[in-house]
Design a binder for this molecule. Structure first.
Ligand code: FAD
Ligand code: EPU
Length: 336
């Protein structure tokens, strides 16, 4: 069924109240094909998962297609690993907990990231020392114009930090319908991210399992990231900027305490949250939106904010950081 003039407020974690020109749901590849075949060809499409990485700044003159493809299926299993093919509409965190409860390792550090499995490769989601590219096997995606199903391996996805080919060369051309991940049966836990070690110590657990790591990550996230059910947000609003070694050295001369992470390329990744805090924005409120008081990388809707107000706040932050640090922040959230 295709509905018209539908409020998208329940479908985006910023809680922005704008309308979609038309709205439909699909829970299978056939359902998706039928929606695509019967659509108004003049109306552009927008594929919606959990709406946790979008900022809606206006009524959308689009056909919004909500993905509800479910199912988790084992497609290959050995002594050491199992490959699961997951419907793209499955909630990412439920999938993580499914694997953790089986004792399988690989994605536990990404516990509690909101959104759908289908969006996980879009920006190669990551947290606490892991990215999906490390467990990713392949994905299936329907080509919107030809309605053909194509398989993409890891190399073809061109994953980078919060990047993939689907945000660049193949933007708006495919609907991801399933993603296959390989989980390890005898996993080696990744607790190198400082906060995980200290949280496990606080938890007082000695036998560290994938569930211990998952619980530690959930505890850390709950302590500083706002729950979208209580305070509208889309996680980190900006990417952490990656700069050349020489640009980093200039910044470090003025700010010797700036957190930084050396990259394989020889470049340095800076912590945008630290810069935004240093520039005095943390906890600042402008009208109905603001910068989260516990995590300066997260912009929040206190209720009733428009997407445009949040976008304008992000522009002010970008300009201020550019003037203070000489670094241009890039928005991580998809702006519509
Ligand atoms: P949506 O917001 O619905 O869509 C995002 C983009 O992907 C859109 O352009 C959409 O068109 C496209 N898309 C979605 N599904 C498909 C599909 N099946 N086929 C084709 N295109 C599709 N992200 C991280 O990486 N790490 C974090 O730690 C993290 N923490 C967060 C914490 C909070 C509190 C919140 C609110 C967000 C956080 N995020 C994080 C961002 C967000 O959770 C991820 O980007 C997530 O993958 C978005 O999934 P979604 O289903 O909500 O995507
Ligand atoms: N920091 C501050 N002040 C702040 C926020 C951060 O000084 O207000 C400092 C911290 O003290 C730390 C550094 O900045 O030294 C990094 O902070 P944190 O570990 O909280 O991570 P982040 O860089 O702010 C990134 C991801 C998150 C992910 C976490 C954990 C990006 C854009 N963000 O945040 O992803 O959950 O690391 O791995 O890479 C998301 O993408 O939506 C997201 C939440």
């Amino acid at each position: 069924m295709i509905e018209h003039n539908i409020s998208l407020k329940p479908y985006n974690t910023f809680g922005i109240d704008v309308k979609a020109k038309s709205f439909g749901r699909f829970d299978s590849i056939d359902g998706l094909k039928s929606l695509l075949a019967n659509r108004d060809p003049e109306t552009p499409l927008f594929i919606l998962g959990g709406g946790s990485n979008v900022l809606l700044t206006r009524d959308l003159p689009f056909f919004v297609m909500k993905n509800e493809i479910s199912g988790i299926e084992a497609v290959n299993e050995t002594e050491t690993s199992i490959v699961l093919k997951v419907g793209s509409g499955v909630e990412w965190h439920s999938f993580v907990r499914y694997t953790v409860e089986k004792g399988w390792g690989g994605i536990e550090n990404m516990s509690l990231i909101p959104g759908s499995v289908g969006a996980s490769p879009m920006q190669n989601i990551g947290a606490y020392g892991s990215e999906i590219k490390d467990s990713f096997v392949s994905l299936e995606a329907l080509h919107i114009d030809s309605l053909e199903l194509h398989t993409f391996n890891k190399e073809q996805c061109q994953f980078g930090y919060r990047e993939s080919v689907f945000k660049r060369a193949l933007k708006d051309q495919y609907v991801i319908v399933s993603v296959s991940y390989e989980l390890l049966k005898h996993p080696k836990m990744n607790t190198t991210y400082g906060a995980i070690q200290s949280e496990i110590e606080v938890m007082g657990v000695e036998d560290i399992t994938v569930d211990t790591v998952s619980q530690a990550v959930m505890n850390i996230r709950r302590s500083k990231l706002p729950d979208p059910k209580e305070l509208g947000n889309a996680g980190s609003f900006f990417k952490n900027p990656v700069v050349s070694k020489s640009d980093f050295e200039k910044i470090a001369t003025n700010y010797p305490d700036a957190p930084h992470y050396p990259q394989e390329s020889g470049e340095e990744k800076l912590a945008a949250g630290w810069m935004i805090e240093k520039a005095g924005w943390k906890g600042k409120r402008i009208g109905n939106c603001g910068v989260h008081e516990k995590q300066a990388l997260v912009l929040v809707n206190y209720g009733g904010s428009t997407g445009q107000e949040i976008f304008d706040l992000s522009t002010m932050i970008i300009e201020d950081i550019r003037s203070k640090f000489g670094v241009t922040l890039e928005r991580e959230v998809n702006i519509l």
